[in-house]
Write a protein that binds this ligand. Structure first.
Ligand SMILES: [Zn+2]
Length: 420
């Protein structure tokens, strides 16, 4: 796709930001055929290049590909350090390069997210100066409701919502509902969700402020509320009880139980009766794994057939063990304190594993127990002295939640198909 432009027009041609970019190709706004051949594109005076980061790219590689000399690329990279983490550029991010007629770089702009950009421009002294730019967004509170029809993923899609909302929903009820077995057709959900907009365009979800799930497993409600002086908001029931339990029912989202606790099971790789002392959750590789409860990491490394393994020690002589991880969460080590739901690693198939899954085990007083049968204690509720305020703050949301109609039939979002 050629862009209309005039070569050597001095200022270069700014392309409209609405232009569609083909992944992996830089769009040359220059004289036709200039620089579009194999190898290094020729520098065309006054040209503008719009491009996209592709897999395996580094900033140096991108700039070489766009025909910049090593010294010019170094100058830009030096200017960007401090404003742009060059180690974290990802495929799909876009950039624009604008050159002067003499081939000198005038401006570089890198779109970090839809909201964040980094721009390097020449100052009055001719030096490149980088700055971070952030677009202002609007946060709206929106009601949402539906009925479960069969299975929840396509459901939210059908309701016109991004399926990433499923994870928010699962998060809210991770402590009360086992979403593999507790969701049924005819169940309803209602929620009030923060949605972030950039110039009218939806760009992502904020917090789920209130949520309700009603079905065979009972009616569960959760309200996001931050106690005065509290570090962050937490989820509470209408009466101010914590909906967060000290042990998560499942230490990851989007998974299915592929093998339960069974002391007599034949080992699928070794083919001997070895017993299965935990629960296997099949999940896509890279799925984040949470610590099931607050505690301290006591093991983190390779461990024979367990592959990459993390062990967390908790109160009451409990330990949780997580196996076959693809990798560990950066920045943690043996001795690191973790909270419930802190990511500790990612699903993989290291060690003796037939496919990507998390083997999750719990030891009580040194003996394996069935994670599915764990009795869970609730987290701390709203403090008595804050109860009045809590009720005032949540009353409005309780009323709003009650007004949401759940008449849109949607499939069950909790049933996630794997490997397809
Ligand atoms: Zn297992």
């Amino acid at each position: 796709m050629e862009k209309a432009s005039v070569a050597g027009n001095g200022a270069g041609t700014l392309l409209g930001s609405q232009e569609q970019l083909k992944p992996g190709t830089a769009q040359q706004a220059a004289v036709p055929n200039a620089g579009l051949g194999m190898g290094t594109p020729a520098l065309v005076p006054g040209r503008v290049v719009e491009g996209e980061v592709v897999s395996g790219d580094s900033m140096g590689r991108i700039l070489r590909r766009e025909g910049m000399a090593a010294s010019a690329a170094d100058e830009l990279i030096r200017a960007l350090s401090g404003s742009l983490d060059l180690g974290k550029i990802r495929p799909g991010q876009t950039f624009t390069l604008r050159f002067a007629p003499n081939g000198e770089l005038l401006e570089f702009e890198f779109q970090v997210t839809k909201v964040r950009r980094v721009r390097a421009r020449r100052g009055p002294d001719g030096k490149l100066i980088a700055e971070k730019l952030e677009a202002s967004t609007e946060l709206r509170q929106e009601p949402l409701g539906g009925e479960i029809e069969g299975s929840l993923y396509e459901s939210l899609q059908r309701a016109g919502e991004d399926t990433s909302l499923v994870s928010f929903f699962v998060d809210v009820f991770a402590y009360d509902l086992n979403f593999y077995v507790d969701t049924h057709p005819g169940d309803t959900y209602r929620m009030i969700v923060e949605k972030e907009y950039l110039e009218g365009e939806f760009i992502g979800y904020g917090n789920v402020l209130a949520a309700e799930y009603a079905g065979k497993a009972g009616t569960h409600r959760a309200f996001w509320w931050q106690a005065p002086g509290g570090e962050t908001g937490k989820y509470y029931s209408e009466s101010g009880q914590s909906v967060e339990k000290t042990f998560l029912k499942t230490p990851l989202k989007f998974a299915r139980v592929s093998s339960g606790f069974n002391p007599k099971r034949m080992h699928p790789v070794l083919h001997v009766q070895k017993g299965h002392w935990g629960t296997d959750y099949a999940a896509p590789p890279g799925t984040p794994i949470w610590s099931a409860a607050p505690g301290r990491i006591t093991y983190r490394g390779r461990r024979g057939g367990a592959g990459n393994c993390v062990i967390v020690k908790h109160e009451n002589n409990l330990q949780t063990i997580y196996m076959h991880m693809q990798g560990f969460k950066r920045g943690q080590k043996v001795g690191t304190r973790v909270r419930a739901k802190d990511v500790i690693g990612y699903v993989g198939s290291t060690g003796l594993a037939t496919g990507p899954h998390l083997h999750f085990a719990i030891k009580k007083n040194g003996h394996y127990i069935d994670p599915q049968k764990m009795k869970m204690a609730r987290g701390a509720g709203v403090a008595k002295k804050h109860m009045k305020r809590f009720h005032v703050d949540t009353a409005k949301r309780v009323a709003l939640l009650g007004d949401i109609t759940a008449d849109k039939a949607i499939p069950n979002p909790f049933v996630v198909r794997l490997g397809s």
